[in-house]
Design a binder for this molecule. Structure first.
Ligand SMILES: Nc1nc2c(c(=O)[nH]1)N[C@H]1C(S)=C(S)[C@@H](COP(=O)(O)O)O[C@H]1N2
Ligand SMILES: [Mo]
Length: 554
């Protein structure tokens, strides 16, 4: 680093503002800030404050993506409250009343400010000691963060990164102070030879401090706004109690999982569920604010609150979702247990009029999907879902309410963060993706996916379990066949079927012989139709064709 060798502890050599001001022509005439304010000690304290601002701002910004109560200020404040002796707490409440939290934050701000000043001065005089001080502070914050209830160790990350950033900022600013100090503070030959003069380095220091402070302010404000939005919703979601369904999900047979090791779990955990949407940032919706408007070609316009949903006769059902953009063999599909209100019940309240053939569902962020009216009225359990695998919908999957419609690709049915249902006609209205060249309807195409072995895998010769997942929602899967190279199509073993609206897994035992081989799979749906080998791109209404996996047997 660029710490100058001529650096001497400030105390030993007080070339402070006073000496500087005695230099003729050094400063603009007139009143310089009264005395010591521009002296190195004050500047070092200022550097400390700026560095502390960096620590908090970076942690605040990153903290928006972690547990909200794990940001340094909140965690320290909570820890402080936890450790406050009751007499002090009582005193604070008696003195400040409902402003006790404000008082706490003012107290914390003053404490942090003073500590930052001290650390800045210490770092200026003894860098190593300053570093030790900053690290100690970082450790105290981390300890306060990770001991909060329900906070994960990973939540310490914003503080760790913030502390590192603060150290870098401190070094950056203190280095500029050292540069000022390096100058004999007299007009000298040396000064003339060097490019940087004291006044220049003082300016450089203030500029650096200003930039640091401004960047911190921006980061902190951004972080607060972000986390305010995120954390409230995330916490509300976590504390949401889902009602029991009036009609529970049908029992899942024991043998739904493929016998081949390595095939995806039959039930997709929420965290592994594919996510597709147009939202740059996940919409944040308060359940108190949420309302669904059902209108258009209806006899009775209906407005539903979230409470109305909670009070409704809910159903629970396993449904496999699929994205129209999923390529042959792709991963944009998942299977979950959904809890929600049947959309046919909602439509029954609104009473669509003759001529209506479509429901245009719109999300709070402007996405829309066109779903055939009859699909939402038949018995396939299309629903306004509020629960996914026993939890409230994850924010990314549509919290608080989304549509789930068995048998249709997501782009024409699965509107997340849904707030509006317009009963209309395909002839009159177009949905988001239809306007962009995709189909107006999207029944899911029959698909068999080979999951093990992986494409281009090298496998040992001998018995090998091939396996995967197939789907044809609402028709069901009745057969999966496997073809090795150009051999005969041979039936695979189907795992148990939960229902025709969930995917179905399969396995196939293969005696692998050395050399390169191609494995193909195709499914037959409940109508007896064999999956087409006709290759089609996802645009405009879904990919088709047989997947072919190349493996090398050794
Ligand atoms: N609001 C909104 N809902 C949406 C989308 C979107 O972009 N915005 N995308 C749809 C598409 S294309 C699919 S495949 C599914 C995906 O749902 P998931 O992210 O929960 O898997 O959501 C559908 N619902
Ligand atoms: Mo999709």
């Amino acid at each position: 680093m660029e710490k100058p060798s001529t650096q001497t502890p400030l105390a030993d050599q007080p070339i402070t503002g006073k000496a500087a001001r005695n230099q003729p022509g050094r400063h603009a005439p007139g009143k310089r800030t009264g005395g010591r304010l521009s002296g190195p000690t004050a500047l070092a304290a200022l550097a400390g404050v700026a560095a502390a601002a960096v620590v908090l701002a970076v942690a605040e910004l990153l903290g928006a993506f972690f547990t909200a109560r794990a940001t340094p200020v909140i965690a320290l404040g909570s820890t402080f409250i936890d450790f406050t002796p009751s007499w002090l707490k009582d005193f604070a409440i008696a003195t400040f009343g409902t402003n006790d939290k404000v008082a706490l934050f003012v107290g914390m701000a003053v404490t942090i400010l003073l500590l930052a000043c001290v650390l800045g001065i210490v770092a200026y005089r003894r860098w190593a000691l300053g570093v030790a001080g900053v690290l100690l502070m970082g450790a105290v914050i981390v300890a306060s963060v990770v001991t909060r209830a329900g906070v994960k160790p990973l939540d310490a990350l914003p503080t760790l990164v913030g502390t590192a950033a603060g150290l870098i900022a401190l070094r950056f600013l203190i280095t500029r102070l050292w540069r000022m100090q390096q100058w004999p503070d007299q007009e000298s030959d040396l000064a003339a030879k060097e490019p940087e003069r004291p006044a220049t380095s003082r300016r450089a220091f203030f500029a650096a401090t200003g930039v640091t402070a401004a960047a911190s302010a921006i980061a902190a404000t951004g972080g607060r706004m972000l986390s305010a939005a995120r954390s409230n919703i995330a916490q509300a979601r976590e504390s949401l109690q889902l009602p029991a369904p009036a009609k529970p999900a049908a029992a899942v047979p024991a043998g739904v999982q493929s016998a081949a090791p390595g095939v995806t779990p039959w039930l997709t955990p929420n965290n592994d569920f594919y996510r597709i949407d147009t939202a740059l940032s996940v919409p944040e919706i308060n359940v108190e604010d949420w309302e669904l408007r059902v209108h258009g070609l209806v006899e009775q316009e209906v407005r539903l609150s979230f409470q109305d949903l909670l009070d409704a006769k809910l159903i629970e059902s396993h449904v496999s979702l699929t994205c129209v953009s999923n390529p042959v063999g792709g991963n944009l599909a998942g299977n979950a247990k959904w809890l929600g209100m049947p959309i046919r019940d909602v439509l029954a309240m609104a009473r669509p009029t003759d001529g209506a053939d479509m429901v245009l569902s719109t999300s709070i962020d402007g996405f829309s999907a066109s779903t055939p009216l009859e699909v939402l009225q038949d018995d396939r359990d299309a629903m306004l879902a509020i629960g996914m695998n026993g939890e409230a919908l994850p924010l990314e999957h549509g919290y608080p309410v989304r549509m789930v419609v068995p048998g249709l690709y997501g782009f024409v049915s699965a509107t997340k963060w849904v707030v509006d249902l317009e009963v209309t006609r395909f002839a009159d209205s177009q949905a988001y993706w239809t306007q962009r060249g995709w189909s107006e309807r999207g029944p899911i195409k029959t698909m068999a996916r080979v999951e093990v072995p992986k494409s281009f895998a090298k496998v040992p010769a001998g018995r090998l379990a091939i396996g995967g997942t197939a789907w044809a929602q609402t028709r069901g899967i009745t057969k999966v066949e496997v073809q090795i190279d150009n051999g005969p199509w041979t039936e695979a073993t189907l795992a148990d079927e939960a229902s025709v609206i969930t995917w179905r897994q399969w396995s196939f035992d293969w005696e692998a012989t050395p050399g390169p081989h191609y494995i193909k799979a195709r499914a037959t749906d409940g109508t007896g139709e064999v999956q087409t080998d006709q290759r089609a791109d996802p645009v405009p209404d879904g990919a088709s064709g047989w997947q072919s996996v190349m493996v090398t047997v050794e």
